[in-house]
Design a binder for this molecule. Sequence first.
Ligand code: F6P
Length: 358
Amino acid sequence: MLTSGGDCQSLNATMRGVAKTLYENVEDVTIYGFLDGYKGLMYGEYRKMSSRDFSGILTEGGTILGTSRQPFKLMKMPDTDGKDKVQLMKSTYKRLKLDCLVMLGGNGSHKTANLLREEGLNVVTLPKTIDNDLWGTDMTFGFQSAVNIATNAIDCIHTTAASHGRVFIVEVMGHKAGWLTLHAGISGGADIILIPEIPYNIKYVVDAITKRKKQGKRFTILAVAEGALSVDDAALSKKEFKAKRKDWQYPSISYEVAHQIQDLTGEEVRITVPGHTQRGGEPCPYDRVLSTRLGAAAAEMIIRGEFGYMAGIRNNQIVSVPLDEVAGKLKTVNPDNPIIKEAKLIGICFGDEPIKKN
Ligand code: F6P
């Protein structure tokens, strides 16, 4: 078993779900916990686990196994000693005579899991990420816990924004997908939500702020995803975008948006970046239930010998999703998603052209 990529709440709860199901239902079980993700599998760094290791961890954030980012694009390149990383992982698997590798990870980690499957390893995976951007599952564990934290950040900003009559930006995690910003933005009552999937025009952002002001509202709150993009930036080629960002004067997109709002409205703008707090702390009850269900389902897949799948959830039913369907695909927010339309109906601005009145 290993946890890979950025951590999140509920990794431990998920491992507990897998392990408890195996210990409960299989006569003779040995679980090796590889340390720091795929690195542990490469270099044979592991702990032989016992059922005690999985007790008392339901509410514990982080991962008892540690994790690391091992980018997929570097997987096929030799390590610093010139060794083939995939071969290293395969040889640890063979040496320990493993029946299955259980991987808890997000997008990049699923590409590697699929590669190991193609190389003949038995692999079962579980969908982890606060970004909720994994293909094949409606929900990833970690997401709802992060929504709670980001929402709380916006809630706290409300009072100070109201006292001072300021414009506030809360920058929410998510470089490629706006799920977290969208959900935290709506649940925190943000007035403007900017996500990567809907490039913004600063004119509409400013119009929304001015409109609120005219309505006598003293403050405006923006929930801005780390990966939010202006229409101009969205029109750039990858190369042009990289070049622009190389000489960028801002630490992140919120600072550029703040600068523009300040210039165009004269309003005082403040920025809050909750950052990695969004990945920390204990899992929320929703995630604990989801992790327990997914963990039990993954263990059942192992018992049935159903390898090469991720345990996911669709329409509240647990499903097995083939790894080659999951790997390399991103589940982003469709701008036509009804949730966007509903948010717009209550007056939330997404930085694109507002809906015309009847
Ligand atoms: O993928 C999860 C995530 O938290 C993203 O939302 C964020 O952009 C990224 O990881 C941050 O990565 P790191 O922890 O490596 O800085």
